[in-house]
Design a protein around this ligand. Sequence first.
Ligand code: LRH
Ligand code: MN
Ligand code: MN
Length: 426
Amino acid sequence: MKIQEEQIQIENQKDLASHVESLDFLSNKLTKQNYDVNAIISKLADFQVAIPSWALGAGGTRFGRFSYFGEPSNLEQKIEDVGIIHSLTKTAGAVSLHIPWDVPEDYTAIKEVANSLDIKFDAVNSNTFQDQKNAKESYKYGSLSNVSQAVREQAIQHNLDVINIGNKLGSKALTVWLADGSCFPGQNNFQTAFQNTQDSLIDIYKGLPQDWKMLIEYKPYEPNFYSTVIQDWGASLMLANGCGDKAYTLVDLGHHLPNSNIEQIVSILQLKGKLGGFHFNDSKYGDDDLTAGSIKPYALFLIFNELVYGMKNNPQNPDLAWMIDASHNVKDPLEDLIQSLEAIQESYAKALLVDQDALKAAQLDNDVVKCQEILQGAFRTDVRPLLEKARLLSGGVLNPIKAYRSLDVREGLIRERGKNTIATGL
Ligand code: LRH
Ligand code: MN
Ligand code: MN
C-alpha cells in the first residue's frame, strides 16, 4: 500500500483554511518577539527520526500479545510501513534494522523498495541477547562479557557480521545493546565482566569501517535484575573512550532509574563530544517503551532544550542518530509511531523557541524565576501550526492521524496482507 500525492492533497484541502489561520496568528506573535519563524520551520522539516523495524507490529509484553491485523511479516513490508508513516509525516525518512530479525534476503530488492519510498538505512542493531538458530554457543550467561572465550568470540563475530550487513545497505552505525549482567549477587565478578566487555568491544571496533560509528547503549536492569554490565552512561562512556573516537554513548530514555536527570546526562555527554544516538520513548515506571511524550512531555522538552543547545554550541559532538524505540500493545503501531513523531517534533520546536541569550543573561543574574519563565514560556506555546507548515512544505499532510484514518490505511493493509499476519522480532 502506497499513499498517493493526490490523496495527500485532498486531505490537506480539508484543513488548509484553519491551518492558515492558526499559523498566521502564531507567526505574527513570534515575529513580534523577534523569532525567525521560517528558520524554525525549515529546521523542523529537516529533522528526521528513524523507525525501528521491530516497532511496526504489536509488540506485546511477556504476558501476552494482541495481534494487530495487517502487520508486516517480512522486511519489505516493514519498510513499506515506514514509507506510509514517512509519506504522511515527512519526518520518518529512515529505518533501523535489528539483526538477525531483519536480515535481507535480496539486498538489491530491499534497497530498491527503500529508495522508492525515500527511506535510508540508519544504525544497525546487533542481537546477542537471544540464542540464534543453530548457534554453537548460548548467551544465557552473557555475550561480550561471558566467562567463556568461545561465547565472546561468537558474539564478536555476530557484531562483525551485522556491520557487514549494514555496509551493504548503506548504514553508517552499529548499535550495541547488551543484556549481559547477573540476576543474583555473587553470580558475576563485576571487574571481569566489565573488562571482557571492553576487550570484546575493542575487537568489534577494529572491524568498524572508517566512516562508521559504534553506539553503546546502557540500561540499569532487565532482563538481568541484579546487575547489568553496561548499567549507566558512565559505564558506556568509559567503554566508548576505551574503544576510540568512533565510539559513542547512546541514550535510551527508558533506560534510567526513576527520576534520573536525563537532560543533564545528555548535556554533559555533548560537552565531551560523546553523545552518539538517542532512543525515544516514554515511561512511568521503567523501560515501559510508551509513546514519546505521552507521560512526561516537560521532561522531553527539557531534554530537547539541552540537545538544541548542544547542537549549536558543541561542534565537538557529532550529528546524532535519532530513533524511536517504543512498543505497542493496545494501539495501532503505525498510529502510535505517528504520535511519537509528533511529540518529538513538538518538543524540538518548543526547544527552538527558548531564547538562549535571555536564558544566559538570567543565569548570570541568578534570576531563578526568570530562567523558569523563559523555559516554561517556550514550553507552553502551542507550536503545532509550525509542525503543520513543515509537513506541508515537505509534501506531507497537515494532520497525520486524521489522514491515516480517513484514508483507511489499516483497512487497506488488512486487505493486502490478510488478518493473520505476525510481525517478526519482538
Ligand atoms: C533494549 C532496547 C535495545 C534493543 C531494543 C529491542 O531494551 O532498548 O535498544 O535493541 O530494546
Ligand atoms: Mn533502545
Ligand atoms: Mn529498551
